[in-house]
Design a protein. Structure first.
Length: 179
């Protein structure tokens, strides 16, 4: 774990130390469900159609679409809006109305992480950014934590690199037997 100071920026990857972390850890097929105008990944999405992302869907729908198409990600960038206020701002910028349920970041994170796990295979990397270090779960191992202090009243940005170490096995029951 290391801690650095850097000026804050509305675009996470325009913070030099964070952008460097992303660029140095991108491998193979990469996915960014909250890309805005950051074109670093193979598959980019942003809710706002005014951005340069390839797709303009809700992040959960975008991730599920990739899973359904059989995409296997080597790297996933998970940089969602960090707070309910930021989620509401994203909806507004996209010209959409929202309600209290849609702005619940815990729900958004859980739904996205479920689909991200389905996109990954052992060895896949997830780069997560936000105000917490919850991570992807027990099938992932934390390889790096970067704490970026922005000074003053700004929240720090917690940057994590995790690697999938195993895939959760799904059990299929047929006539009471495990196959």
């Amino acid at each position: 774990m290391r801690r650095v100071w850097s000026m804050p920026n509305r675009c996470t990857f325009d913070v030099p130390v964070i952008g460097d972390m992303v660029r140095s850890n991108l491998r193979g097929v990469s996915v960014d469900p909250f890309a805005r105008d950051c074109g670093l990944a193979t598959y980019t999405n942003d809710l706002n159609p005014a951005t340069s992302a390839e797709y303009h869907m809700h992040a959960q729908t975008f991730l599920k679409m990739l899973v359904d198409r059989g995409v296997q990600a080597d790297t996933v960038i998970f940089d969602p809006p960090y707070s309910p206020r930021q989620i509401a701002e994203c909806y507004k910028a996209a010209g959409l109305t929202t309600d209290m349920q849609a702005t619940q970041n815990a729900r958004l994170y859980a739904e996205c992480k479920r689909e991200i796990r389905r996109l990954c295979r052992p060895g896949s990397r997830v780069l997560s950014f936000g105000w917490n270090s919850v991570g992807m779960g027990k099938e992932f191992e934390i390889e790096e934590i970067l704490l970026v202090c922005h000074g003053g009243a700004h929240n720090d940005t917690i940057c994590m690199l995790e690697c999938m170490i195993e895939k959760q096995k799904e059990f299929i029951y047929t006539q009471g037997e495990t196959i």
